[in-house]
Design a protein around this ligand. Structure first.
Ligand SMILES: NC(=O)C1=CN([C@@H]2O[C@H](COP(=O)(O)OP(=O)(O)OC[C@H]3O[C@@H](n4cnc5c(N)ncnc54)[C@H](O)[C@@H]3O)[C@@H](O)[C@H]2O)[C@@H](O)CC1
Ligand SMILES: Nc1ncnc2c1ncn2[C@@H]1O[C@H](COP(=O)(O)OP(=O)(O)O)[C@@H](O)[C@H]1O
Ligand SMILES: [K+]
Length: 505
């Protein structure tokens, strides 16, 4: 699914209106109905609902929603905020459509702000995607009062004051919504951790924007849905054998961190790899042979740390490297040898990232379009330097992937996958139960297995990150977020793959 900018959203609205031969007021009515339908399911009728409308089409939505909720036995209080004499045309049409027993209050000064108790619902229809400057002055005061009221705020389309797809200037006030109901598609702003307190829980409601426009519009940012990844999965063939599904090598584990190798290996095996070999320091031999009997284990001459590469390295189809390695000098040398000599696709995580980040020479040796980095935000900063905010981080992500012609899965609540072409895909699965040690090692194992099965690197990133989060979402039902461990994520991988191979509901 593509993510559109505010400008593209306006173009999508205009295209739909023209294509369907409807008026912009008709499209607004659809949007208002879709919002109202969500609202009625969430908040039972009879509630007191205070709706604050700004001067644009977001305010127009608010007026239409007020009319619809008023007709459904909610107690609606309606406020027109600021100067609405130059309001948008659709705002004016919807103002005229208000029933005679629903009189709006004009709010022109801060002192007139109503006292709101904590148990009323607020609908924020001040500004949407048309915001073109930071919200200050009277509007800023209204936003701050609403935030301070403690009432539950539901925003129409955007939390008012938040920029859709660029950094909001510091001086701008922003609504802190509990819920944000976006029309047709999510917005980039929803996917960035720095906006959590403004966006709250977000949902998308369909308003029937033109499918032709959405399929043809150029977008470098996407949001990966189940439909997107289901297309990628290849069923296994009846006459297939283990040789077809790739031989993966994991270079993982160090003294005290052999568990990282166990996790990566178990996840790799649960993700369909044909054969798996792990090269680990001697300290890991018995542990790995016991915990992961399906895998072959090669031991390093070093007891505690990886210090060499397997002799027959050419026979492997993919190498996953990093979890639990440590950054000893001998390990750095081994990583140097790997980059200098191997021609394999590489999945590079954890300490392997840290080692490469510390050396311009190693970075320059990265094989083009053959490496996937899987950093968390701290590891990513080691690769690219300190970032100023989430937008800056995204910019660095694109630049790094283009410069080094590599893939990066920048991990987080909506893991962002960067490609050598400068595209970014945000993941839609996963939950806070994954914020626990070892879940990253699991991802390394999954992605390594998928590359081994000859998925393209882009496919392996998209599918791997999605299925990793999906397994955790399924684990949520059995173990919950607090108790979830990395092993629980592995244990739910079979269900996750099964889920994805079933037809769409
Ligand atoms: N265009 C369409 O056909 C549709 C639009 N929809 C709604 O329309 C919204 C976009 O509407 P608009 O483009 O009219 O824009 P908005 O309603 O988001 O805001 C634009 C208005 O706010 C003023 N404004 C912007 N920034 C301000 C600031 N910082 N302080 C004070 N005033 C400020 C502008 O001068 C303008 O009057 C969407 O978010 C969505 O809610 C939906 O009804 C779907 C259909
Ligand atoms: N709040 C969250 N919501 C969704 N996914 C999360 C959340 N916190 C962490 N994750 C996921 O968990 C994994 C953690 O990886 P990482 O930090 O490398 O862990 P470790 O190094 O301990 O293995 C990543 O895939 C990340 O996307
Ligand atoms: K809004």
């Amino acid at each position: 699914m593509k993510l559109l900018t505010a400008t593209q959203t306006r173009e999508a609205d205009a295209f739909t209106i023209k294509e369907e031969g409807i008026t912009s007021t008709d499209l607004m009515e659809r949007a208002a109905r879709a919002f109202t339908c969500w609202f009625e399911n969430k908040f039972p009728p009879g509630r007191e609902v205070h709706i604050f409308c700004g001067p644009g089409n977001n305010g127009g939505d608010g007026l239409a929603v007020a009319r619809l909720l008023h007709g459904r036995t909610y107690t609606v209080r309606l406020y027109l905020v600021g100067d609405t004499t130059n309001a948008s045309d659709d705002f004016k049409v919807n103002l005229e459509r208000l029933p005679h027993d629903l009189k709006p209050t004009q709010l022109a000064q801060q002192a007139a702000m109503p006292e709101l108790s904590q148990n009323v619902c607020v609908i924020d229809a001040l500004f949407g995607t048309g915001l073109n400057r930071p919200v200050t002055g009277f509007y800023g005061g209204v936003i701050n009062s609403l935030n301070d009221s403690g009432a539950c705020i539901t925003s129409i389309d955007m939390p008012s004051g938040l920029y859709t797809d660029s950094q909001t200037p510091e001086e701008g006030a922003i609504i802190k919504a509990s819920y944000t109901i976006s029309f047709e598609l999510p917005k980039l702003a929803f996917l960035l951790p720095q906006h959590e307190e403004f966006v709250g829980e977000w949902h998308v409601v369909k308003i029937g924007l033109s499918q032709q426009f959405l399929s043809e519009v150029r977008a470098d940012l996407c949001y990966t849905t189940r439909e997107d990844v289901q297309r990628l999965i290849r069923p296994r063939k009846k006459f297939s054998h283990k040789g077809i599904y790739g031989h993966a090598l994991l270079l993982c584990g160090g003294y005290g961190k052999i568990g990282a190798a166990v996790l990566a290996a178990r996840a790799c095996l649960r993700s369909g790899v044909g054969l798996l070999t792990i090269q680990a320091p001697q300290a890991g031999y018995i542990i790995l042979q016991t915990a992961v009997p399906e895998a072959m284990t090669l031991t390093d001459k070093n007891r505690r740390h990886l210090s060499e590469l397997p002799r027959e390295i050419d026979k492997f189809d993919v190498i996953g490297v990093g979890p639990g390695l440590g950054t000893e000098r001998v390990t750095k040398t081994a990583i140097g040898q790997l980059l200098a000599t191997s021609h394999h696709p590489l999945v590079i995580d954890a300490d392997a990232i840290n080692i490469i980040a510390g050396s311009e020479k190693l970075k320059a040796q990265l094989p083009k379009k053959k490496a996937i980095f899987t950093p968390h935000p701290k590891e990513f900063e080691r690769l690219v330097g300190k970032v100023k905010n989430d937008y800056d981080r995204l910019q660095h992500l694109r630049e790094f992937c283009v410069e080094y012609q590599c893939y990066v899965t920048l991990k987080g609540s909506h893991t962002a996958i960067g490609t050598p072409e400068g595209k970014v895909y945000f993941n839609s699965t996963g939950n806070s139960g994954m914020a626990t040690g070892g879940t990253g090692d699991v991802l390394t194992g999954i992605v390594t297995a998928l590359v081994g099965q000859a998925y393209t690197l882009e496919e392996a990133c998209l599918l791997g990150v999605y299925v990793h989060g999906l397994a955790a979402d399924l684990a949520l039902h059995t173990v919950g977020a607090i108790s979830m461990t990395a092993s629980d994520v592995i244990d739910h991988l079979p269900k996750a793959f099964l889920h994805l191979t079933r037809p769409m509901p």
